[in-house]
Write a protein that binds this ligand. Structure first.
Ligand SMILES: [Zn+2]
Length: 314
């Protein structure tokens, strides 16, 4: 069964849902809902209060009797938790590392990117969102490794897989319906992003998800997929590691490496400019001195967006 990539609540299995926003652009994340009787668990809130309010209204219409008792934030990026205040009465759960990172990842972090003198090419990624009225609302329960939650009569397993996409990524596994919510460890239909790494942990996270033998995989961004989509991402990460490592050995900059990247096997993915963020993450690992920094990589990203291919000089 394929799930349409449209904004709204989509049922995947009995009492198991995805909330999608129908776009792979920055800031339009997915969420999930698992319930048993009246008790429900929400996987992630959204980037802003209005987006989260829309989602909660859609959930209330689709499954009117449920009460959200649990919220799991898959990681500390704002597009997965800045709406927490609207479900502030629930127990909010994340990994310890993600909860710690949230303390430095509130909405104030958007200010330099939205300032009048900011790079308009970066600003445009955040301009669609209304960040007013956000009260950072932090997890009340944190864990390391694994945690099992009971939702009514059902079990939901949380598996820490970070540092990978970010420092504290969590996979949410619903064993009775073979559904996995992967947060931003996976993005389908678009190039993913490695903020933290190491890339081997991103690959290992794919292995963990493949071993769970899921029928449905809800990525942090993009349409719902299945196990085969995770296998494909795993191959792409191996490719990325190989090509970035080779370019690094040849003394190329991350931007040069991105411009010359062989995109065989990456066809049809949106946001190819994100490659430079991921190559930058591999370079940081190889350099071991924090370079190239994430902000430098972001500026490379907008340059790559403007001129994706290497200029051929005679
Ligand atoms: Zn995200």
């Amino acid at each position: 069964m394929s799930v349409p990539f449209t904004t709204g609540v989509h049922q995947l299995a009995p009492q198991t849902f995805a909330y999608l926003q129908g776009s792979c652009a920055t800031g339009f994340g997915n969420a999930g809902l698992v319930h048993s009787g009246e008790e429900a668990l929400l996987v992630d809130t959204l980037f802003s209060v209005p987006q989260t309010r829309d989602m909660l209204s859609a959930i209330a219409r689709a499954v009117p009797t449920v009460d959200i008792c649990w919220v799991v934030n898959t990681h500390h990026d704002g597009d997965h938790w800045w709406g927490n205040q609207l479900v502030g009465d629930a127990m909010i759960v994340s990994s310890t590392a993600a909860a710690r990172a949230m303390r430095h990842a509130g909405p104030e972090t958007t200010s330099p990117l939205l300032a009048p003198d900011a790079d308009p090419r970066l600003r445009k990624h955040l301009e669609p969102f209304d960040f007013t009225g956000i009260t950072p609302t932090y997890p009340t329960i944190t864990f390391n490794g694994e945690l099992e939650l009971t939702v009514g009569q059902r079990v939901v397993r949380l598996i820490e897989a970070g540092p990978a996409h970010t420092v504290g990524d969590v996979i949410v596994h619903v064993p009775d319906t073979k559904v996995v919510y992967a947060g931003d460890l996976l993005m389908f239909g678009t190039h993913g992003v490695i903020h933290s790494g190491p890339i081997d942990n991103c690959i290992r996270a794919c292995d963990t998800i493949i071993e769970l033998d899921p029928e449905f995989v809800v990525p942090g961004h993009g349409p719902v997929g299945g196990k085969q989509d995770v296998v494909r991402i795993r191959e792409q990460l191996e490719q990325l590691k190989l090509q970035a490592t080779a370019a690094h050995q040849q003394g190329k900059s991350a931007l040069e490496a991105a411009r010359e990247f062989d995109l065989t096997g990456f066809e049809g993915l949106e946001n190819a400019e994100r490659l430079v963020l991921n190559i930058g993450a591999v370079y940081r690992e190889l350099n071991g001195d924090g370079t190239p920094g994430p902000l430098e990589c972001l500026h490379h990203m907008v340059e790559l967006e403007e001129s994706p291919k290497a200029e051929v000089t005679a």
